[in-house]
Design a protein around this ligand. Structure first.
Ligand SMILES: C[S@@+](CC[C@H](N)C(=O)[O-])C[C@H]1O[C@@H](n2cnc3c(N)ncnc32)[C@H](O)[C@@H]1O
Length: 138
């Protein structure tokens, strides 16, 4: 696995990850954090990385080598579970305007989409705070 930047390594350590969790990363870019999280949640968990940029998802898929890791082109303000997909236990979004205040016009819809795609009690972790802030979704 390629090494994480110090910034993303700090995020990884701050997240309450454990074996078996089902994790959604919004705005995963080329997927470095998603790959590291997939190691933490193990074979009984899973990580889905989404990004609205097809180029980012293509880059992520090129280096995806973990069975419990998937990537998908999707904008969070239009995201929905597919088919029989199970809801997520934890969401993380790092430097994503729709959730960090830079695109306030998208935030309400993004949070509503996340609420409907997560289990009761789930939170979205964003890169405010030291280093993260958890926003309850329910
Ligand atoms: C600044 S990059 C951060 C990438 C990665 N999270 C990191 O911290 O290194 C923001 C990423 O979020 C994606 N993005 C921005 N707005 C989005 C949205 N509304 N839905 C999904 N992805 C989005 C962009 O395409 C880009 O890949």
């Amino acid at each position: 696995m390629a090494e994480l930047s110090p910034r993303l390594a700090a995020v990884l350590e701050a997240l309450p990850l454990r074996e078996g969790l089902r994790v959604l990363e919004v705005g995963c870019g080329p997927g470095a954090l998603a790959r590291a999280m997939a190691e933490r949640v193990g074979a009984t968990g899973s990580v889905l990385g989404i990004d609205r940029s097809p180029t980012a998802i293509q880059a992520a898929e090129r280096v995806s080598d973990h069975g419990s890791l998937d990537f998908r082109v999707a904008a969070i303000e239009r995201f929905r579970l597919m088919g029989r997909e199970r809801p997520f236990d934890l969401v993380v979004a790092i430097r994503v305007g729709a959730l960090d205040g830079r695109q306030p016009e998208l935030e309400a819809e993004a949070l509503a989409r996340l609420a409907s795609a997560t289990v009761p009690g789930a939170s979205v972790y964003i890169d405010r705070g030291d280093p993260l802030t958890a926003i309850p979704l329910h």
